[in-house]
Write a protein that binds this ligand. Structure first.
Ligand code: GDP
Ligand code: MG
Length: 603
């Protein structure tokens, strides 16, 4: 296939708008897969993806299609369908010349449609707008066309109308891909230059990379060099995804395919890296900013004896997901574990679900937090602080307020689209989460789009669920990184009978101190069993006590009342209690069961 007969494209869409279904139809229509019931969502390969119906990892497939006497090679590069993975969306797009922008004809333009549109638009990609699900009774093609016109300046005559489910209009999509998209700018005779835009790990063959061949050719035996590591490899196998790895002799400029070259780890197959022929260096491609973990949580085995099994399970998952950051962590209450950094909350959920499903690991995941930045007064003179500004991942490392000159927290710019009848409740929700309204506009006569800046910390826990519930599921939400903003942050400590329990320390905004402290104190009160003596629970801001409560003494009275006469029953009960105590952690004279920590720390 010469470059003029190649088209590289992605389908981008808000979740559930039918991307996987359309991908399946395109594969069937071009004969890449046979039409049968069990190949639903061929590209969604992970179990979590099938279960949750979202794409986590981008997948590529090549299609061969005969159009007006010419045979074309169409490379479909799948993109993940969730805000946490927008980083993967953007790198998939770098291997394309155009996108199919798919919009549900009933739901209309949603928050991720807007985000995805701009990802493609900023890259100067050709956009083919497509309304899907026109078979639905509630389809509102005219309104949705109006939304696309007012938001994206797309004319109605350019919009295709299809039903991916029924297979209506699939030929129109293929025609538009061939006619509207440019072919890749590629030169077969120039020196080899290829972009690694994805990689995954195969138990037997090591790292497999998806590559887009910009120039030249690559085949088995070619000696290649990675621009990033400087290492030289010999190509062991190369080919196209049709829809699974199918070896071909050679890949040519303009093609997209896979590459196996003896890289042991996905770390070597750095996404964004440029590959060239050894001894024939080329100017490297721009590469990608590495994904930045923004949500951190502790992961611990439920039972410490499972520590090493859990470690190897985590290591295996990391082979396929280089965006997770890992640090060893330990907690007096939960034992040895790790502090992992994720791109977002769904990313974290998907990771822990895969740990449980694929490796049968039971884990405790602590409530997530975000990286705060703190400027230290006179840091030069304090040995433990290397620089003036430090990043705090663990609340117990928060410095004493007397040496802090400024704190800041990560913020995101979000897009919320909702029917205007929910405008009031959506507004009070975002105000309660410290959101600042930047912009609002009607996208048709009933729907409104808000642009709101949120502290990331305010939306990582249950914001999305709450937004969905107050709008009966109609609102959609997406966000992008928006840097750091200065904030009035404080550390709250929790003490049991006067003794501070480090691992319960919490960083929060000054306006949320009371609300959060009360919640934790109430949880502690519920989770710590009564003991021989009264236990005071306190939430403290420096030396000031914000909230206090007590757990009343217990054992004496009960024993006196119920078991007063019977010494053997009394002894049995005390023995049982002693057994139970082994599972507890002692703070001063207070015994705290592991479950109490879990109930406070867990998300
Ligand atoms: P994705 O999240 O964008 O990959 O969306 P899916 O392809 O998983 O589709 C989401 C849901 O919409 C599934 O239940 C599909 O069966 C359904 N769906 C997809 N396309 C159509 C369509 O053209 N018409 C109707 N009625 N349903 C569709
Ligand atoms: Mg999907």
């Amino acid at each position: 296939f010469s470059p003029d007969r190649i088209r590289n494209f992605s389908i981008i869409a808000h979740i559930d708008h039918g991307k996987s279904t359309l991908a399946d139809r395109l594969l069937e229509y071009t004969g890449t897969i046979s039409r049968s019931a069990d190949n639903k969502q061929v590209l969604d390969k992970l179990q979590v993806e099938r279960e949750r119906g979202i794409t986590v990892k981008a997948q590529t497939a090549s299609l061969i299609y005969q159009y007006q006497d010419t045979t074309y090679l169409l490379n479909l590069i799948d993109t993940p369908g969730h805000v946490d993975f927008s980083y993967e969306v953007s790198r998939s797009l770098s291997a394309c010349q155009g996108v199919v922008l798919l919009v549900d004809a009933n739901q209309g333009v949603q928050a991720q449609t807007v985000a995805n549109f701009y990802l493609a638009f900023e890259r100067d990609l050709v956009i083919i707008p497509v309304l899907n699900k026109i078979d639905l009774k509630g389809a509102r093609p005219d309104e949705v066309c109006q939304q696309m016109e007012s938001l994206f300046d797309i004319g109605k005559s350019d919009i295709l109308q299809i039903s991916a489910k029924l297979g209506t209009g699939i030929d129109l999509v293929l025609k538009a891909i061939i006619e509207r998209l440019p072919c890749p700018q590629a030169d077969r005779n120039a020196p080899l230059k290829a972009l690694i835009f994805d990689s995954w790990y195969d138990k037997w063959r090591g790292a497999i990379s998806s590559i887009a061949l910009i120039d030249g050719t690559i085949k088995k035996g070619t000696k290649i060099k990675s621009n990033y590591t400087g290492k030289v490899y010999e190509v062991q196998e190369t080919g196209i995804m049709y829809p699974n790895e199918q070896e071909t002799n050679t890949l040519y400029a303009g093609q997209v395919g896979y590459l196996i070259c003896g890289m042991k780890m996905t770390k070597e197959a750095q996404i964004g890296d440029t590959i060239y022929q050894d001894m024939v260096p080329v100017k490297s491609l721009p590469g990608f900013k590495p994904a930045k973990p923004m949500v951190f949580a502790g992961i611990y085995p439920v039972d410490q004896s499972e520590y090493s099994a859990l470690r190897s399970a985590i290591e295996k998952l990391l082979l396929n997901d280089s965006s997770v950051s890992v640090n060893i962590d330990s907690s007096a209450a939960l034992g040895q574990g790790w502090r992992l950094g994720f791109l977002g909350l769904l990313h974290m959920d998907v990771f822990s679900q895969r740990l449980e499903q694929e490796y049968d690991a039971s884990v405790i995941i602590t409530s997530p937090n975000v990286p705060y930045k703190v400027k230290i007064i006179g840091a030069k003179n304090i040995k433990q602080y290397k620089g003036e500004e430090i990043t705090i991942l663990n609340p117990s490392h928060f410095p004493d307020p007397s040496i802090i000159s400024e704190c800041s927290e990560p913020v995101v710019l979000s897009t919320i689209i909702t029917p205007d009848s929910y405008m009031g409740s959506v507004t009070s929700l975002f105000l309660s989460r410290r959101g600042q309204l930047k912009d609002q506009l009607y996208i048709d006569n009933k729907r409104i789009m808000f642009k709101v800046v949120f502290p990331l910390n305010e939306i990582i826990v249950d914001f999305f669920d709450e937004l969905k519930s107050i709008t009966s599921g109609y609102a959609s939400f997406d966000y992008e990184d928006y840097g750091y903003e200065s904030a009035n942050l404080v550390k709250v400590d929790f003490a049991l009978n006067g003794l501070i329990v480090d691992e319960l320390a919490m960083i929060c905004h000054s306006s949320k101190v009371l609300e959060n402290s009360k919640r934790v104190v109430a949880k502690l009160k519920e989770a710590i069993p009564r003991q021989l003596f009264e236990i005071a629970i306190q939430a403290k801001l420096s030396s000031k006590i914000l909230v206090r409560d007590t757990i009343k003494a217990y054992r004496k009275d009960v024993l006196a009342k119920c078991y007063g006469g019977d010494i053997t029953r009394k002894m049995k009960l005390l023995r049982q209690q002693a057994e139970g105590k082994k599972k507890m952690k002692r703070y001063g004279n207070v015994d705290v069961p592991k479950d109490a920590f879990i109930s406070v720390l867990k998300k």
